[in-house]
Design a protein. Structure first.
Length: 572
């Protein structure tokens, strides 16, 4: 149970706020958004103007104002690309020191103007956990990563050791001290990134999508950490699409952004009364209160979830398209076994969610189907063929995979070229290539970024580009790792609906920590724990087992609780 900390402060009521923002506006220069100053290639920022014309860039944020006292928590919510991450860059100094453009307004940190602060000086006040830990972690081991910031500030070695020990204990990472950071799961890397910020002991903490890749136990630990920071008088700012998780922390203020502007600033309860449930994913009770026709919402959510498995069983076939047969895997011949005898079949027409704790082996499992990893023992069959006999190129023509981190996939100079790369290598005829790229771009709402660099986009936009780049290959099976990370509610509902309706798609399997995604869009859940398949069944059947959820670090959502109640009533 998360409790609200006692925010009583010894400081004088006249003490300046930890951070104050007054009339803050910023627009990137007419280069790719987020281009570092050293980049020399000039590109136009596209809009409805003639192709290739130089145009004035839009404001990324406009007239933002708020203040946050020591010990307070601010939640920043809003659609993907609305300027949330740009605002954080202004606070931590990446704007204007690394990302250049036109900046106006004022930022005060501990009562001092941030305008004259160097990045090094600002790092003593503000610590940032980035949305994508891949962009933050530089140390080869967990211990080296946690020590990195302190070493750069020339902190004495004895003090570094003391702080590292305290932080590893606080985040329950002692057992991972000497682990290679590249070998950790996405959620574990996110925890390590948090440790690297915590060890610096800043007075202001910025968290960008901190809950996106975490299991319930890690979320509990992060919530405990955040409440502890507030009790110590630290100010905390969280950017998060998983609003339901953050509201459990009872934020002192919520800032809602849209198109670069703030459209609401107030307390959490008032936020629930004004937020659009079609744009921001709210707790189900708040969604029903805001709905003009609550019963219609119930029908849209409950009826399809309860009846979908039966309908798919009637419409589909028993033909398996992907088979895991007693699959074992270890990364090194004498290393620890990661997967222990995994067996299941994916049948044509199925949409499946793969759930489980951080480090359970979920990503390792799906990579077996792609040929990126090959079973140590057992076999994987794709359309009846042993994947050991197929090259990676042959596998890629049938099965598409979207990595958890878009940074691991994106490389082309423009979004258009990124989406065209796969179909070109699969030798699509020109007409088919153009049609596939256009359909994928429209489905993921990235067509407007066609001439932009993928690396210039926000994390959520990059994620959609990475999905679109695989979708353009028209694979018959799609494997997606955390597809909704960084996505606002409307975006992820839109592209999940599109994926579900694709006629050429034989099967869709995705890794997620989002139970609501599994409930709304799958007929089946596979639950992995410590490399073992511990459950396989209909979502409501599997997720109704509270003991099983707790053992696998899964936290019931308001939607799950509501659905279980509705199902009980319908059976009564």
């Amino acid at each position: 149970m998360v409790t609200h900390p006692d925010n009583t402060r010894d400081a004088s009521q006249d003490a300046p706020p930890a951070v104050a923002v007054k009339g803050l506006s910023f627009r990137y220069r007419a280069l790719d958004e987020e281009s570092p100053p050293s980049k020399k290639i000039r590109r136009a920022v596209p809009d409805s103007s003639a192709a290739g014309a130089e145009v004035e860039p839009q404001y990324a944020i406009r007239d933002i104002s708020f203040s946050l006292a020591h010990g307070e928590l601010l939640l920043i919510a809003g659609p993907s690309g609305c300027g949330k991450s740009t605002l954080l860059k202004c606070l931590n100094g990446l704007i204007p020191h690394t990302f250049r453009g036109e900046l106006s307004g004022e930022i005060l940190i501990e009562g001092r103007s941030a305008a004259g602060m160097s990045l090094r000086e600002r790092a003593r006040y503000i610590g940032t956990m980035l949305q994508d830990p891949e962009k933050q972690i530089v140390g080869s081991t967990v211990e080296q990563e946690v020590a990195f910031g302190l070493e750069n500030l020339n902190v004495p070695r004895a003090e570094i050791r003391r702080r590292i020990e305290a932080v590893l204990q606080r985040l329950h990472l002692e057992a991972y001290r000497q682990e290679a950071t590249f070998a950790l799961s996405g959620g574990q890397r996110q925890q390590v990134a948090a440790a690297g910020v915590l060890v610096m002991q800043p007075s202001i903490f910025l968290f960008d999508e901190p809950f996106a890749n975490l299991d319930a136990r890690a979320i509990d630990e992060l919530e405990e950490l955040i409440n502890g920071l507030r009790a110590e008088g630290r100010a905390v700012i969280i950017v998060e699409h998983r609003v339901e998780e953050t509201l459990k922390l009872r934020p002192d203020k919520v800032l809602l952004m849209r198109d670069g502007r703030q459209v609401f600033l107030g307390d959490g309860q008032s936020f629930l009364e004004v937020a659009d449930p079609e744009q921001v994913k709210l707790p189900i009770e708040a969604t029903l209160r805001r709905a003009a026709e609550p019963r219609q919402v119930v029908e849209q959510l409950v009826r399809p979830i309860v009846t979908r498995r039966a309908a798919m069983a009637e419409a589909g076939t028993d033909e398996p398209v992907l088979v895991f047969q007693d699959v074992h895997y270890r990364y090194e011949a004498d290393g620890e076994e990661i997967l222990h005898g995994i067996s299941f079949k994916v049948r044509r027409g199925e949409t499946i969610a793969l759930l489980g704790p951080n480090g359970a082996g979920k990503t390792t499992l799906v990579k077996q189907a792609l040929g990126l990893l090959r079973p140590t023992a057992g076999a994987v069959f794709l359309y009846g063929e042993d994947t050991r006999r197929l090259s990676v190129a042959q596998l890629a023509a049938r099965i598409g995979y979207v990595f958890q981190s878009p940074g691991a996939m994106l490389f082309a100079p423009t979004v258009q070229k990124e989406l065209s790369f796969g179909p070109e290598n699969l030798r699509f005829p020109p007409e088919r290539l153009q049609r596939a790229v256009q359909r994928a771009a429209e489905a993921l709402d990235v067509a407007r970024f066609a001439e932009r660099s993928p690396l210039s986009l926000s994390f959520g936009q990059q994620k959609r580009v990475s999905i679109a780049s695989v979708l353009a290959m028209e694979s018959r099976i799609l494997l997606l790792d955390e597809p909704t990370a960084g996505q606002d509610y409307r975006s992820y509902i839109s592209f999940m609906e599109h994926l579900r309706e694709l006629p050429e798609l034989d099967a869709l399997l995705f890794i997620t920590h989002d139970l609501d995604l599994a409930l709304r869009y799958t007929q089946r859940v596979l639950l992995l724990k410590d490399g073992h398949l511990v459950a396989d069944g209909a979502p409501l059947e599997v997720l109704a087992d509270q003991t099983l959820l707790e053992s696998c670090n899964l936290r019931p959502t308001s939607l799950l609780r509501y659905l279980l109640t509705e199902c009980s009533r319908s059976l009564a």
